[in-house]
Ligand binder design. Structure first.
Ligand code: CP
Ligand code: NVA
Length: 329
């Protein structure tokens, strides 16, 4: 076989070449087609995978579960209180045990080192379902969605607005640089991504013909944008930072003024979700009471507008995660 990903882990998008990322997205499109056509594709019948979650999840957990079932794989969910990982048993020992029983492991959690160690010691493919540093499977779905709506990835002007140093921004930066997008991060200076990631992005963009811009000039950044992307201002594990982030990011909300400032009537809005676009959650309600903000990173108007493709993006998590498991197991 010319290109095989069998046995590979996915810890960051930098583990994969642009042509391998292309293969993953194309495979996801094919699995989406098969699913819509009702054609069974249980190519991994009889296999078992472990889904390790230190943090909560809706999309990633459900996407791995549904994709596994569709491929004939039995998924086993292991939440933070279900196993000893790191508390009464080392990550190394846990990885060795799970590797003896399961054909693959998904990990979502805090330290990126944990997912690295699981891959190092388990001997089976390990997929990063989000760490403090990266969220690679999210970006595969994002790119698939952009291609569905715009017909291309190369040269697409994608602007991430908000906490420019979080896991989603970091992964978008690496992925966009690999796939030749014109990627911009608009964030306040103290929320710029780490320099080593920016440097790597420039290096990759040089090879792909892409472009990476990091700026605090929001309105300049979104000019002629094809896609505006945002994420929560406070990521999981940073819950003590609301006051600080609201202060820093108040001016970086995605609202209709910002959408209009792109000058592109067809601009798309994306968000990995979950999103704080109203007060219909207990956290959203608390933020409203405490800080007077009824919406945070995106207004309800933009979230529900014709620009928003967030639910296509969420659905594509299942097709892309399926492609990852189909090809790496
Ligand atoms: N986008 C995303 O990863 O969502 P969950 O946190 O619900 O998995
Ligand atoms: N940056 C967010 C992404 C959630 C999918 C977080 O880590 O909480």
């Amino acid at each position: 076989m010319a290109q095989s990903l069998k046995g590979r882990s996915l810890l960051t998008l930098d583990d994969y070449s642009p042509s391998e990322i292309r293969l993953l997205i194309d495979t996801a499109r094919e699995y989406k087609r098969l699913k819509y056509a009702g054609i069974s594709h249980k190519i991994h019948d009889g296999k078992n995978i472990a889904l390790l979650f230190e943090k909560t999840s809706t999309r990633t957990r459900c996407a791995f579960t549904v994709a596994a079932n569709d491929l004939g794989i039995a998924p086993e969910y292991l939440g933070k209180n279900d196993i000893q990982l790191g508390s009464k048993e080392s990550v190394e020992d846990t990885a060795r045990v799970l590797g003896r029983m399961f054909d693959g492991i998904q990990f979502r959690g805090f330290a990126h080192q944990t997912v690295e160690d699981l891959a190092k010691y388990s001997g089976v493919p390990v997929w990063n379902g989000l760490t403090d540093r990266f969220h690679p499977t999210q970006i595969l779905a994002d790119f698939m969605t952009i291609e569905e709506h715009l017909g291309r990835l190369k040269g697409v002007k994608l602007v991430f607005v908000g906490d420019g140093r979080n896991n989603v921004a970091n992964s978008l930066l690496i992925g966009a640089a690999k796939m030749g997008l014109d990627f911009r991060i608009a964030a306040p200076h103290n929320l710029f991504p780490e320099q080593s990631i920016v440097d790597r992005g420039h290096e990759l963009a040089h090879e792909s013909g892409g472009r990476i811009t990091i700026t605090d000039n929001l309105y300049e950044a979104v000019r002629e944008a094809d896609v505006i992307y945002t994420d929560v201002w406070v990521s999981m594990g940073e819950e003590d930072k609301y006051a600080e982030r609201i202060e820093q990011l108040r001016g970086f909300q995605v609202n209709m003024d910002l959408i209009r400032a792109t000058g592109n009537n067809e601009v798309k809005f994306m968000h990995c979700l979950p999103a704080f676009h109203d007060t219909m959650t207990s956290t959203g309600h608390k933020i409203f009471e405490q800080y007077g903000l009824p919406e945070m990173e995106v207004t309800d108007e933009v979230f529900r507008s014709k620009h928003s493709i967030v639910f296509d993006e969420a659905e594509n998590r299942v097709h892309t995660i399926k492609a990852v498991m189909a090809l790496t197991l």
